[in-house]
Design a binder for this molecule. Sequence first.
Ligand SMILES: [Fe+2]
Length: 287
Amino acid sequence: MTPEVKAFFDEVTNTVSYVVKEPEGSACAIIDAVLDYDQAAGRTATTSADEIVAWVEARGLQTQWILESHVHADHLSAAPYLQEQLGGKIGIGEQITVVQDTFGKVFNEGTQFQRDGSQFDRLFREGDVFMIGQMRGEVLHTPGHTPACLTYVIGDAAFVGDTLFMPDFGTARCDFPGGSSSELYRSIQKILALPDDTRIFVGHDYKAPGRSDYAWETTVGEQKALNVHIGQGRSLEEFVEMRDARDATLGMPRLILPSLQVNMRAGQMPEPDEQGDVFLKIPINKI
Ligand SMILES: [Fe+2]
């Protein structure tokens, strides 16, 4: 089955969000939606999410799922806002509990912060199947960038989140807490075992050197032949050495602290104080 895929690119965070629609019928899923966030002002906006809402509403689509490929560290999730506007169930990988445990400690969250994934409507594990109308989606657990990373294989399309990027850019970093370059290698082999003509939709694009346009769609065959980090049958040892050396040079993403605090709660803000005001924390020297 060949779903219709509409991409929305957020240039501020280099994130690609997707609407995946069944070829016949009106059911759709939304993957990795962005809530705009002005860090300096501490102000959120729904400009990006509203573009998705408008697209979905203009076509009369029925949103069944709002999916996260993982707990993003570079943007806030718009999942709760989209759910309010369009309906649908919010899903993420069951290993979210590991992420909640790690960052529950980092942010010194009290016992009222549940670490059981209950903020989400559905926790997926390897091999789970879900339906978008008549269209079948299957879940691959693809950890390495984070413990909870998933790839959603929907018809002939794989939404790989932050595992593989475009072939000329390579792969995702593995140096966040719970990340592992050897795990990412194994996860990517799972993706590359899909049929060569499987369409791959990546979670970010940063324009590789020499490329002037953003891009987000490729195929398994192209990744196997051309991926600069892992193509041409690169060995585990070679990959791990390259990935770990490169990660050691990378700074933290600009929005990692707000993103994790919000996204580990399925995109909800922390509980307001007695006055109804909401605050985010900045843990000092913790990550
Ligand atoms: Fe990520």
